[in-house]
Each structure stands twice: as C-alpha cells, then as structure tokens.
Ligand binder design. Sequence first.
Ligand SMILES: *[C@@H]1O[C@H](CO)[C@@H](O)[C@H](O)[C@H]1NC(C)=O
Ligand SMILES: *[C@@H]1O[C@H](CO)[C@@H](O)[C@H](O)[C@H]1NC(C)=O
Ligand SMILES: *[C@@H]1O[C@H](CO)[C@@H](O)[C@H](O)[C@H]1NC(C)=O
Ligand SMILES: *[C@@H]1O[C@H](CO)[C@@H](O)[C@H](O)[C@H]1NC(C)=O
Ligand SMILES: *[C@@H]1O[C@H](CO)[C@@H](O)[C@H](O)[C@H]1NC(C)=O
Length: 361
Amino acid sequence: MMMMTGSLVMGLGGLQLGIMAACVVLFVPMGMAGWHLSRNKILFFGAALFITLAVGVHLSPYFPSVSDFISSPASSSTASSSIDLSCFSLLHRILWFNNTSSSSWRWDSSSPVSDCGFQRVGPSDTSDLLNGSWVLFAGDSQARLVALSLLTLVIDSDKIDSVRADLFKRHSDYHVLVAESGLKLDFIWAPYVANLTELVGKLEDGTSYPDVLVMGSGLWDMLHIHNASDYGASLSSIRTALASSLAFITGDNGPVTGTTSIRSPHRFWIGMPWLVNSMLNTEEKREKLSGVAFHEYDREIQESRILRQSGGPFALLDIRSLCQGCGETCTADGMHYEGAVYDAAVQVLLNALLIESHQRI
Ligand SMILES: *[C@@H]1O[C@H](CO)[C@@H](O)[C@H](O)[C@H]1NC(C)=O
Ligand SMILES: *[C@@H]1O[C@H](CO)[C@@H](O)[C@H](O)[C@H]1NC(C)=O
Ligand SMILES: *[C@@H]1O[C@H](CO)[C@@H](O)[C@H](O)[C@H]1NC(C)=O
Ligand SMILES: *[C@@H]1O[C@H](CO)[C@@H](O)[C@H](O)[C@H]1NC(C)=O
Ligand SMILES: *[C@@H]1O[C@H](CO)[C@@H](O)[C@H](O)[C@H]1NC(C)=O
C-alpha cells in the first residue's frame, strides 16, 4: 500500500499530492466502516486498494471536478463502478517473456491497462485478503494447478512440497486450513461437468457457502463423453441452480442490492487450456480433443451464458489465453502448462477480488 502510493506520488505534482492526501483522509474511515460491516477482511482490503485506485484512476484525469467528487460520494461510486468494470475486462492483458529456463509475465504497461493499477499480490497481502475466508476449488487438473498456485502464496515454502504431494494424490479431494491466516481451502476433484452440477446443488442446499468459488471442467467430458450438447445442458443447469438462489449476483445488470450482501460469493470459471494437438500424449486424445471439438465445447460455454460477460454468475479465468501467451514451450503434454501460467491466473483472480470487493462497499 505504501509503495503503491509512493510511486503515484512521484508521478504527480504538489497540488495533486495535496488532493491525494485529502482523499486518503476521506476514504480511510469509509474503509474502516466497510470492515466492521463485513464478515471478513476481503471487503476491508478492497477498501484499502480502493483508495489507491480512486486516486490513481479517478482523480488524476479529472482535477477540475475534484470538489464535486468529494462533495458527492454517491455519484463517485457510480463512476468507480464503471471504471472497474472496464478494468475487469483488461485483467488478461498480460505480456509474456520467453526465457531459456522459465517464462515470466507482467501486465501490459500501456494505457488503458496501466490505468487500472493491477499489481501482483504478494504472500502477506494474499493472507490478509483471504484471512478467515473459505475458498472452494472444484474441477479437473487445471483447477488443481490453480489451487496449488494460490497455496504457494499462503503456505510456507518449506511446507509446500508436502502440500503438493497431498494435493496431487491422484483423483482425490484436498482440504487445508492455513492456521496463520485462517484461510480454509478445499479442492474437490470434479473432472466432469456433471460432478460440478452435483456440487452446486449441494452448496445451494447447504447452510454454509464458500466466499470464493472457483470451478471449471471440460476436457474429461470432451475426451470420454464427447457430446457437446450434453455439456451445454449441464452448464445451463448450473446457471439455473445459481440463478434461483439468494446468492445470485447480477452480472452487467446493475449494482448489487442490499439483500445479496447476506451471502455474496465471488465466483470464477476456470476456462479450458489451449490444446497443442501434436503434443497430446495418446492417439485417443489427439483425435477426441481436436480443434473442432474444442470449439464446440467452447461455444456451449458461451451459449449457456454461465459467464459474467453474457450475464452469468462466473467471471472467466481465461486459462487458454494465458497458455497461448506463454506458448508451446510452456507445456510438455499439450494440456498442462508450467507454473507461470497458473500463477498469472491466480493474480488475475486476486485482482478481480480486489475490484469486486470495493464495488460492494
Ligand atoms: C531468465 O530467467 C532467469 C531465472 O528465472 C533470470 O535469472 C534471468 O534474469 C532471466 N533472463 C531474462 C532475460 O529475463
Ligand atoms: C487474521 O485475522 C485475525 C482476526 O481478525 C487476526 O488475529 C490475525 O492476525 C489475522 N492474520 C493475518 C495473517 O492477517
Ligand atoms: C463424476 O461424474 C461421473 C459421471 O457422472 C461419475 O461417474 C463419477 O462417479 C463422478 N465422480 C465424482 C468424484 O463425483
Ligand atoms: C448427445 O446427447 C443427446 C442426448 O443427451 C443425444 O440426443 C444426441 O444425439 C447426442 N449427440 C451425439 C453427437 O451423440
Ligand atoms: C515465446 O515462445 C513461443 C513458442 O516458442 C512463441 O510462440 C512466442 O511468440 C514467444 N513469445 C515471445 C514474446 O517471444
């Protein structure tokens, strides 16, 4: 937080500095209020970042209207929501750098991406952000790899090898409570979309609900069932189950209303990876996981409208575009990629949480 503010200060003049200080004074109490009202710290942390975003994104281009901004917080929050929604769509604007030993990435540093102030959330900020939260992952090996990337941020590096061993016990669930931050993380092995449908049904019937729900599957359906319309039907039933519940959050249909804050989970859909057909390791995979099949399955995802961009409940973690950015050198089997891809996915998720949570204050 201090570092971010520091770099902003360097880019601004003295007048701006004064205005910035005024805004920090204005918004810190707002942030604290958000903290007391919320069940966990996600909201508080969002408020803290909101200060920076408000200064970085909203104020610097609009100095003449600063006094309006300060005297009418209601209108400013509308403005910030629209800016955030546009930032949401820029979260995957990532540049990749090939390196003989490993790949690295950073967000595009040109406008408009740079105006969003995305940043890598480090281990201690991640622990703060997710303190006391329940994060539920469900899906196939892609979901498992994203879960592992998140765990490497919140678990000591000397313990991560044993976590990895447990998490990768073939085809099993994994549960962990990180004592230091009170983060509860579950991974549910759910390779088929039918498994996700069942899980969503159980969650909707149950009394407790994860704060962050991250799910996705598709490759097993494509390989072993190979019927895209069945896949689409299951996706639609997930959407229906969520839409009929209290917890449904509207996508582009306007701001969240008071009642939904009772239970306002953050939901992410893990997209399928980019498949490099010639590298797939069995003949059956090369045949069934073809480009044609991939597009049929992908079309079902669009048409079932489970994604936020089509009014659905899930924000997309676009694994495919991350894989493509990293390139063929980042995969050995044409479907599982090196850690950098899933680290980027986790950073997209964490930045999305920051955007979402301050919208809800
Ligand atoms: C390549 O990666 C290595 C290890 O990650 C790093 O030390 C080195 O600086 C990188 N080189 C470039 C040109 O990015
Ligand atoms: C998490 O929150 C609890 C209580 O709110 C606090 O005692 C603890 O220090 C926090 N842990 C971290 C890592 O922030
Ligand atoms: C997932 O779904 C498949 C197909 O419906 C079923 O055979 C399998 O038992 C389920 N697996 C789990 C872990 O629920
Ligand atoms: C897919 O499944 C549906 C029934 O769920 C069936 O009507 C249809 O013929 C199947 N399509 C293919 C290509 O097998
Ligand atoms: C990285 O390597 C991949 C595969 O070799 C290539 O397709 C991609 O264009 C490269 N990216 C950059 C930024 O050089």
